[in-house]
Design a protein around this ligand. Sequence first.
Ligand code: MSP
Length: 532
Amino acid sequence: MTKPTYYVTTPIYYVNDRPHIGHTYTTTIADALARYHRSLGEEVMFSTGVDENSQKNVQAMEKAGKTDLTAYLDEMSSVWKQTWEDLGMTSTRFIRTTEPKHALAVERFWKAVKASGDIYEGSYDGLYCVGCEAFKSEGDIVNNRCVLHPNKDLEQIKEKNYFFRASAYRDELLKLIDDQPGFVQPESRRNEIRNYIKDHFEDFSISREAKNLQVGIPVPGDDSQRIYVWFDALINYLTVVGYGTDDVDFKKWWPANLHLVGKDIIKFHCALWPAMILSAAKNDPSLKDEQGNVLLPQQVFAHGFFTINGQKISKSLGNAIDPRDLVPKYGFDAIRYYLLRDIPFGEDGDFSIQRLEERYVHDLANTLGNLLNRAVVMSRKYFDGKIPTPSADDDAHVFAGQDGVARLFRAVDDHIRRNRFDFALENLWNGIDGQYGLIQANKFIEDTQPFKLVKTDPQSVATILYSLLEYCRVMAWLIQPVMPDVAQRMILQLGQHPEIESQKSLPELVQWSQLQPGGELPEPRILFPQLS
Ligand code: MSP
């Protein structure tokens, strides 16, 4: 039987700087989604990579006093790739837009759009922001600077360009947004995009004169022009799954289930990108299904932006946190938990070490770590180092049980399918209707007092502790997409083999009563060491 597929993408990042905590946020969400869908038994494609054909990168190289562009791009691309590897991201493909296969995909796509009659010659006279890699209209300019990049001068550009007839797709795009509410999420962004398409979506300049640039893919048939970096970059989502190079792979993976982006680049993804595909599909059958429907990405989700202690993350302020610097102290799982739990998904948030530490102490060490530790320590102490045998008919001493964890799983699944890790984690900690959460599990120990009850009623204590161990096992699998390393250590502490267990799918793993009574419980280790 073929497995269902799930294809999630991050934006491809400019290599003008190193990854900071904001980029890490996007890649972490994609990673957690990829892990979740794998745990459901789906086959997952998770792509990320770097956007190299940008003037921004050239300027950064010059600023660093370097002159060899290829060497600079190689060096910086490997910094990005390595950072994601060091942080344990499970991306399937890492694309560089300087790869020859990407140039092939872009050429093929350009030719299809051209054949549709949607590329024409014109001349552009306007202000260009290299920070955004985009022409700016009056509304985006304050004091002669782009509102998003107030530290950079705008460039006056007047040159011959090729234009993409984007305006011809306005009605189709509006229909797409109205007919498929899931296409742009969250809802507030959907209205923003609808208004943008209705009032401001014009034809796009999609090339630049080659003589002014050091990067970029040449326009097919016109070497004097290079393809505009966004037109090139968006096509990466097709290249990674074999567009123009591997038809079988392409058919298997396209369209993407989810393009995850920051709110800064939503217009490119929700207006320009689908318009490009609608145009190319007229002359490229691989972009249509058997019924002739154009294969558009299923969803673009725009998350909010991070500030650090209330300030914009910026090179000039020098406040860009390299996520790898935080790992030795907190462990990456705790950072992942904090990022996904603390910020309401889709909204802006503030990264602060103080909040991270509060979450670490309260949610992780005192609630999750403490529960597992108490359950294992008491079981070992009272039941000879082993998993106790529960009474079959003693529901009064069972925490959560099959019904409880089934409810938790349903809620978590529902939230994650809507990209709401914040809600999913909320439920796991605070429970549903005040029941079944980690907080209630700790309270259950206070209420039932197994450490006292053991003197008079060891059989009830066996049931209490078995249910807590079993609950911890299920929780480990439910938090696994967010905290994979912690989940693995929890499973080991319960005497289980994570590599064998993880062959099962999540719906199987959350079935109650899988721990074998009598199984050995290894010596417990602290899950979240005290912060020094
Ligand atoms: N190269 C383009 C994207 C092309 S995709 C076809 C680009 N690159 S970027 O390096 O500027 O990265 C942008 C993405 O990084 C944002 O969309 C967002 O996902 C992430 N973030 C960058 N700074 C961020 C914050 N301060 N907070 C949250 N996310 C941030 O745009």
